[in-house]
Design a protein around this ligand. Structure first.
Ligand SMILES: [Mg+2]
Length: 226
């Protein structure tokens, strides 16, 4: 099985920035349905800096690159997303310290550690209608493939994108319990969580970037992916 290289991780980060910048207004519009409407702008403010600085960032190891990105996220992403997303990148950086490539098992460990860090930082659990409702099933799928020794990384990516997309429909009817959306109570039911849509959109765009064929089905993705 081919390992994941630092170049792959850089492409994934670059694609994430492209996704976030393309969807700045759409993600804020989604947030405005039940929250304060700042999510897209908060993310885009940080990822605009990352997009600009990525070529010059230390790429001696995956951990060094992700650590620098975590600092940029924490410093420049606004609202509650800065500490949440910054913690995720920082935890992934710690697990990939000094590594120029990672195996699928190591990638699963990076993502799992990032998600545990996000849970500890934000205090949210599965079912609270936050981005964790996408990240947790994605992580479980990743761990299952790592444990099974799946060699086809494209298949792994596709199935992780499936999990994230499924989370949009699975949580659409839930009332948010964390974050700003929780303050409007029942008004959040019937609207998708923008963090979940963002994770699903990023994974769909990673599929496109890495040549993995996958057709989205939910309206939020059909509208916004490339
Ligand atoms: Mg908001």
């Amino acid at each position: 099985m081919a390992d994941i290289t630092i170049g792959d991780v850089e492409r994934a980060v670059k694609t994430t920035a492209t996704t976030v910048l393309r969807n700045e207004h759409y993600f804020s519009d989604l947030d405005g349905l039940a929250g304060d409407g700042d999510f897209g702008t908060s993310l885009a403010t940080g990822f605009r800096v990352i997009d600009a600085e990525l070529p010059g960032i230390d790429k001696s190891a995956i951990g060094a690159m992700l650590l620098k990105i975590s600092m940029l996220v924490s410093k420049h992403v606004g609202g509650s997303s800065g500490p949440i997303w910054g913690t995720g990148f920082m935890k992934a950086a710690m697990v990939s310290k000094g590594k120029e490539t990672v195996t699928l098992v190591e990638l699963a460990d990076m993502v799992n550690t990032a998600v545990e860090g996000i849970m500890a930082r934000g205090g949210a659990q599965l079912g609270d209608k936050t981005l964790l409702d996408a990240l947790i099933p994605v992580t479980e799928k990743l761990k299952a493939h790592a444990a099974a020794g799946t060699a086809d990384l494209g298949l792994v990516l596709k199935e992780c994108a499936d999990e994230a997309e499924n989370a949009i429909d699975a949580t659409r009817g839930l009332v948010a319990h964390r974050g700003r959306a929780s303050q409007v109570g029942d008004r959040s039911a019937g609207t998708p969580d923008p963090g979940i849509v963002a994770i699903a959109t990023i994974l769909q765009d990673w599929c496109t970037e890495f040549g993995v064929e996958r057709t989205p089905t939910v309206p939020e993705l059909l509208k916004q992916t490339v």
